[in-house]
Design a protein around this ligand. Structure first.
Ligand code: GLA
Length: 382
């Protein structure tokens, strides 16, 4: 939906025009999965799918939220905002004013209408997109003066504590800090970041998202369990985090870890190295088409060592590669969600058709396939 259509939907719902329209993108992560909460490296890009928020202040301290996606409207008094008072999609919107309030901001009442084309549960950060769009809207309307870096943490806090998903800073950083035609290289320990050129179109390439339609949720057990595994592995190694060891060090220390901990650690440590390898590859101007083997290695590590893939993701990756993809891997937290495949533009149709056929042969729900481009970060649209 365009910005003007979102304004019209706001007018329809609330009977008055919005004061502005803000939008924030979902993301795919090119490399660096489950490294963010281990103080490691990530390399996401914002995608050309966005959550759009039309909003206006309202007197009297009431926060009202509605969505075009069919979820129920919700309302809550700003003074009553606390974890647990809301359920469903509105937690992601309402968690942001709650987090702003905790940081000492004067949070006013507001009417919000959400319209998003980031698929929900697809591992493309639909929730972070909502949070970041609301954060920009609130920051502008209430003049709270937070920087984008501040808002990354405020949105993460909303997601962790208000929505109850113990995630890292990957998604909110991508949505607020990425840029068109680039990937965002972020050090999650220091929070230093820089943009890395990722001109896929110029190289005749397409990044194909394969949404398996297996819905994931990071407020359920698997994601939190992986975090715990990693913390315990770091603890057994006497380290602050798995960021503090490289692969040869880990091999030498193998005896101090039980098998599962060792494999979890090996994923994180090797994935950090893969992020650095991709960044070096792109920054030294080597062809993005040659990134395929690194993508493949990332998937194998997530599948075998970290065990966050699932049969549908593995099939998406294998079928895409068999049909000519240069490389493919799951993206995001896993347990469902999406894979990405790097393909030559001319092969995209063939690869997509082959993946769809493979899903049908296995009796899986048909996947949703679409190309993504590194798009712009969250912004005010109107
Ligand atoms: C989810 C979380 C992120 C990150 C990824 C895995 O998307 O929201 O913080 O941990 O999983 O890389």
């Amino acid at each position: 939906m365009s910005a003007s259509a979102a304004a019209a939907a706001f007018q329809d719902h609330y009977g008055r025009p919005p004061e502005g329209i803000w939008s924030a993108p979902g993301r795919v992560n090119l490399m660096g999965e489950h490294t963010d909460y281990n103080q490691g490296y990530v390399l996401p890009l914002a995608i050309n799918r966005r959550a759009r928020v039309a909003a206006a202040l309202r007197p009297g301290g009431l926060l009202r939220m509605a969505t075009t996606a069919g979820g129920a409207p919700a309302e809550v008094r700003v003074e009553d905002l606390r974890p647990g008072v809301l359920e469903g999609w509105s937690r992601y919107a309402a968690g942001v004013p709650w987090a702003f309030g905790l940081r000492g901001a004067e949070v006013p009442g507001m009417d919000i209408l959400l319209d998003s084309d980031v698929p929900v549960g697809a591992g493309l950060s639909s929730s972070a997109a909502v949070e970041c769009a609301v954060a920009l809207a609130l920051n502008d309307l209430a003049d709270t003066g937070f920087s984008r870096d501040d808002m990354v943490l405020l949105c993460q806090q909303a997601e962790n504590e208000f929505a109850g998903a113990p995630t890292g800073i990957l998604d909110q950083s991508a949505s607020l800090l990425a840029a068109e035609g680039q990937a965002l290289f972020l050090d999650c320990r220091t929070r230093a970041s820089r943009l890395v050129p990722l001109n896929l179109a110029e190289a005749g390439l397409v990044l194909l998202v394969i949404d398996t339609r297996v819905s994931h949720a990071h407020d359920s057990g698997g994601y939190a369990q992986r975090r715990l595994d990693c913390e315990r592995a770091a603890g057994s190694l006497g380290l602050e985090s798995l960021r503090d060891i490289d692969l040869s060090g880990l091999v030498l220390a193998a005896g101090t870890l039980e098998t599962t901990q060792y494999r979890r650690a090996r994923h994180v440590v090797s994935e950090n190295a893969r992020v650095l390898a991709v960044v070096e590859h792109l920054e030294t101007g080597r062809p993005p088409a040659r990134l395929g083997p690194l993508l493949d290695a990332g998937h194998e590590s997530l599948r075998d060592d970290f065990e966050v893939s699932c049969p549908e993701l593995d099939l998406a990756v294998d079928a895409a590669k068999a049909a000519g993809a240069l490389g493919a891997r799951m993206t995001g937290g896993g347990f469902g969600g999406s894979a990405i495949a790097l393909v030559r533009r001319d092969d995209a149709g063939r690869v997509g058709a082959a993946v769809t056929r493979a899903f049908s042969r296995s009796g899986y729900t048909a996947p949703d396939l679409f190309p993504v481009e590194p798009g712009p970060a969250a912004a005010r649209d109107a």
